[in-house]
Write a protein that binds this ligand. Structure first.
Ligand code: ASP
Length: 312
């Protein structure tokens, strides 16, 4: 059966400041368009997700690849995941350095190793072996990321009081279904500003930062990683859907559960096996966009939805 392809992307759930609002919207719209053009020409959801996430990683507005936030040492450590809903194949990387497109590297781990996740120095050695370009840290660091980091050094606030604010995170992700009904998802992040060296959040953890299963749907999450991991947010949304909830209700109930159970805020995008999708968040803002048929839908503030016709 030929399916109607759909892609949904996000650029992170957090208190996006006004001066980043417009560029965040433009960034997610372009990524959704890029992924959708692959789906519309018969490409796979895996390719569409990888391309959309790569575009978001290359955009310095978002905390992934170029634009990643800095850890306590002022260094960049990146996490990413990609998952194929057809056979539940998954590739993830965590705590990697000097790689501009961690999602592409995660796909290499999925396709070229017998493992699901590589981390730290071992991952970087494998990247060299696979001839993945090494970029100097400076090239990934933006002025904004440096300013944020300097602010945190100045105040030296306690780790816990900082980490549950909405001020310091933001991640990118994509979910898609292609014309063959295959679902895929991908998530990529620099994590949260001033995180401990070696800290890994939810993003590369299967079932927390992302999950895709052709039998149900695909999800990519964003928000407070330590909370998301505790409730395995991506899998929780699909669990709710398997019990008969719509993607939107499944997402809202999972976010509500995370808030009530562990006081965590975040957001997510989800697409079901029948192409129904939702973009939901419990933070102040989340930049998101979806593309299907000839329609581009996007938003940033709660309850806000804009639509534009997509050029054929
Ligand atoms: N979830 C990411 C992390 O905790 C951050 C984010 O989504 O903004 O690493």
């Amino acid at each position: 059966m030929v399916r109607k392809p759909v892609i949904v992307v996000h650029g992170g759930a957090w208190a996006i400041p006004d001066d980043l609002a417009e560029s965040s919207k433009i960034g997610v719209k372009n990524a959704a368009k890029c992924g959708f053009s692959i789906l519309a020409s018969g490409g796979s959801s895996m390719q569409a997700v990888e391309s959309a996430v790569r575009m978001l990683e290359d955009n310095p507005v978002f905390d992934a690849g170029h634009g990643a936030v800095l850890n306590a040492n002022g260094d960049v450590e990146l996490d990413a995941i990609i998952m194929d809903g057809k056979n539940l194949a998954v590739g993830a990387v965590s705590c990697i350095k000097n790689i501009a497109n961690p999602v592409m590297f995660a796909r290499t781990v999925m396709e070229k190793t017998p493992h699901s996740m590589l981390t730290g120095a071992g991952a970087n050695t494998f990247a060299e072996r696979m001839n993945i370009d090494k970029v100097p840290t400076d090239e990934l660091v933006t002025e904004n990321a440096t300013k944020e980091w300097e602010k945190y050094q100045l105040y030296k606030q306690s780790v816990t009081s900082l980490f549950n604010t909405e001020k310091m995170h933001d991640t990118v992700g994509a979910v898609a279904i292609d014309s063959e009904g295959n679902l895929s998802c991908g998530t990529s992040t620099g994590g949260i500003t001033n995180k401990m060296v070696g800290r890994v959040g939810d993003s590369p953890i299967v079932g927390s930062g992302a999950y895709a299963d052709n039998f149900c749907g695909a999800v990519s999450t964003t928000g407070h990683g330590e909370s998301i991991m505790k409730v395995t947010l991506a899998r929780l949304v699909l669990f709710n859907m398997q019990r008969g909830e719509t993607p939107q209700n499944a997402a809202d109930h999972a976010l509500e559960y995370m808030k009530n159970r562990v006081h965590g805020s975040g957001g997510l995008i989800v697409v079901s096996k029948s192409g129904e999708w939702a973009a939901r968040f419990s933070t102040k803002r989340m930049a998101w966009a979806s593309a299907e048929n000839n329609l581009l839908t996007y938003g940033l503030n709660p309850g806000e939805t804009f639509q534009e016709t997509l050029d054929p």
